[in-house]
Design a protein around this ligand. Sequence first.
Ligand SMILES: Nc1nc2c(ncn2[C@@H]2O[C@H](COP(=O)(O)OP(=O)(O)OP(=O)(O)O)[C@@H](O)[C@H]2O)c(=O)[nH]1
Ligand SMILES: [Mg+2]
Length: 406
Amino acid sequence: MDQDTLNTLLAVGIPTVVVVTVGTLLVTLRRGRGGTTTQDVPPPVPAPEAPFGDPQAPAATPVPVDTPTGTAPPEAAPDDVAELDRPPVLEVPAPVAGRLTRLRDRLSRSGSPLGARLLQVLSRDHLTEDDWDELEETLLLADVGAGPTTEIVDALRTRVRVEGLREPGQVRAVLRDQLLAIVDPTLDRSLHTDPGTTAEGAAVPAVVLVVGVNGTGKTTTVGKLARVLVAEGRTVVLGAADTFRAAAADQLETWGSRVGVRTVRSDKDGADPASVAFDAVRTGKTEAVDVVLVDTAGRLQNKAGLMDELGKITRVLTREAPLAEVLLVLDATTGQNGLNQARVFAEVAGVTGIVLTKLDGTAKGGIVVAVQRELGVPVKLVGLGEGPDDLAPFDPEAFVDGLLAQ
Ligand SMILES: Nc1nc2c(ncn2[C@@H]2O[C@H](COP(=O)(O)OP(=O)(O)OP(=O)(O)O)[C@@H](O)[C@H]2O)c(=O)[nH]1
Ligand SMILES: [Mg+2]
């Protein structure tokens, strides 16, 4: 290669190498910074957090507002403007009747070790003292509580001695009897939501106050209960008396708006909960609704604060309308711990019924028995999941059958 050729090659080649190298570097850098996504495409907007939304839960049917129930929603509009003009869609809650079977299904699907273990011990040929101890331990581990456990074991011992149970069918029937007796099918578990009348004969909505420790599922329960009432054809107003954080009222409002139920709330953070509760009942009266559901905060630091606040709410409410129900919401997964907290609420608020939530998250069904005994108040409703229609009336027979299902 002569000098001229070499010069030409250098003159053309070096810039080419430089251009190619810089180009490659740029491409690499762009890829390194996120390449095809972060630099070129705006970051994805996170989906709004659903306060409820169990993918397993049966989907509620959307229905446009102002159209008769069951009418198909209008065809999708071709552009965004039409999209905005579309009426908000309301959901039709699932019927309440079928939920009892779901309670049984869920309990048996959780593989309830309680029923299975009890049956397994009771089916042994000769029950020794160790076997009886094992039965006792099984019941205690399932949160049944000391008193009721002794009662069940004593009753079973007597029946085994007197009747000499042998057949598995017999054993199961006796155990079912005992469990049912201890859950107590005679308690009044109906939810009082019929509108009442004042002394002067004016109609007043049934006022339902919902209380409990934070995180137990109060707001979710109020939302689910509103759906149950709507499904039964009742009219409802919600009161957001948890004024500790704005998000609490938003959460409640979201539940209500899904089924066309109005939420009375305060615009101010930290507003007086009693006055919001009062406003809700006033609104309920003015609009002549059947039921006013009042959600409260569970975040109180001490018993005195709780007494003050709940005392004030109940005083203010009863001046407007009698309290039809005071529901204490308890988380079934917290076991005996939850019971201690529940006692304080029961003392303060005159609880008329218990809502046991998150029963889907525990195989320790015994808490139903313990809580009723401890507080002397029936479990009226149970929460079976995060889905909007995962609230069922508590049915002792379905519950015991669920525990014993295999
Ligand atoms: N698995 C299950 N989760 C539930 C149930 N009920 C409520 N939850 C969940 O429990 C969490 C707390 O529920 P909330 O209704 O916000 O509880 P809260 O008592 O109002 O809480 P605070 O307002 O903070 O006092 C949420 O994630 C709910 O979805 C239930 O029956 N089963
Ligand atoms: Mg809440």
